[in-house]
Ligand binder design. Sequence first.
Ligand code: ZN
Ligand code: ZN
Length: 374
Amino acid sequence: MTEVDFYELLQVERGADGATIKSAYRKLAMECHPDRNPGDAEAEAKFKTINEAYECLKDPQKRAAYDRFGHAAFQNGGGGTPGGGDGFGAFSDIFENIFGEDFMGGRGRGGRQDVRRGADLRYDYEITLEDAYHGKDAELTLDVAAACDACEGSGAKPGTGAQTCATCQGHGKVRAQQGLFLVERTCPSCHGMGQVIADPCDQCRGEGRVDQTKTIDVKIPPGVDEGTRIRVSGEGEAGARGGPAGDLYIFVHLSRHQLFQREGTALFARCPISFTTAALGGSIEVPGLDGEVHEFVVPPGMQTGKQLRKRGAGMPVLQGRGHGDLVVQFDVETPTKLSARQKEILQEFRETETGEECPESAGFFDKLKSMFGE
Ligand SMILES: [Zn+2]
Ligand SMILES: [Zn+2]
C-alpha cells in the first residue's frame, strides 16, 4: 500500500469538502486513466493510488479514521485478508457487520464536524491466538470522559439551562472586518458552541463531562489478526455539553503462541522429527486450535524444510466462510546422545552405504571434486 498522503495525492487541502475532493479526483483520474495511457505502467500505478485515496476520502467514516490514524488505519497486519487485498474491505466489513446499527447511526455525522464532538479513542488489546481463532467476548475497562450525571451532560446547573450566545447569536462563528477583508473565526465567547452557560454545573464545572472508569463489552470476531481494528461507535470520549461522543477504536494485537505462527489464514508449526522417522516414515499428531488432533503421515525420506498441509485446519476467515490451512514444516533432528550399541548399529549401517542412499550429499561431494579438477 502506498504511503503518500491521500490529500497530497489528490492535490486538495486537508479541510476540502466532498465536492472539491470529487472534482479533483475526476480530473486526475481522467489524466492518468489506463485507456489514455496504454502501456504506461507509471500512469497505471498512479491511477490505482488516486483511486485508493478517493475511496478513503469520499467516505466520511474512513476519512475520519484516516485523519486520525493515517495509513495505519487501513493496514491489516499480516496482509492476509482473503479477497480484500487492499485492506479497505476488511476495514469497512468489520465495522458494518459487527456494529451495524451503530455504524449506520454514526453515518449521519458526515459533513461539518460538531465542535462539541468527543475525541476518538484508541485502545490496544492483546489476545491469544486461541481467542483470535474462536472469537472472544471482551470486557474492556478504560478511563474516559463520560457525560456528567448531575447535569445530564448539559454543563448547566440542574434546573437551569444554556442560553444562546449573544456574541454570535448561536452561530458559533463571528465575522470581523480586517482592512478590506471580512474574516470569520470561532466565537470567543462560546468557543464555537453557540451557547453559553450562565450557571455552570458544580460537578463538571460546565464541561458536561467528567472522567470515569467505564467497562465496555466488545465482541471480538473469529479470525482477527495482528493490526485488525474494530470501531465501537459512540464509546469514545463524551462530547462537550451534550455533544455526540467520539468512537472507540480497538487495535488488536496477537500474543506469541508457543507452537503456531500465523500468516494470513494459514497456521504454521515447526515440527522436529527424529532421523529414523524421517528416513523410515511414520506419523505425527498436531493438536490444532480447533480442538482436534490432526494426524500427518510422514512419508519415508522426509527432509528438513519440507511441509505437509491440512486444508481447512487453519485460522477462520475474518467476516467470511471457511478456514485456512494448517501447515507443518519439518526439522530432522540428528541424534546427539547415542548408546554404544546404537553407535555400533550406525557404524554397521555406514559400512553398507553406497552413496545412493543420500544422492544429494553424494552429488555435492562429486561437484566439489570436479571443481578441484580431480
Ligand atoms: Zn455537570
Ligand atoms: Zn458565541
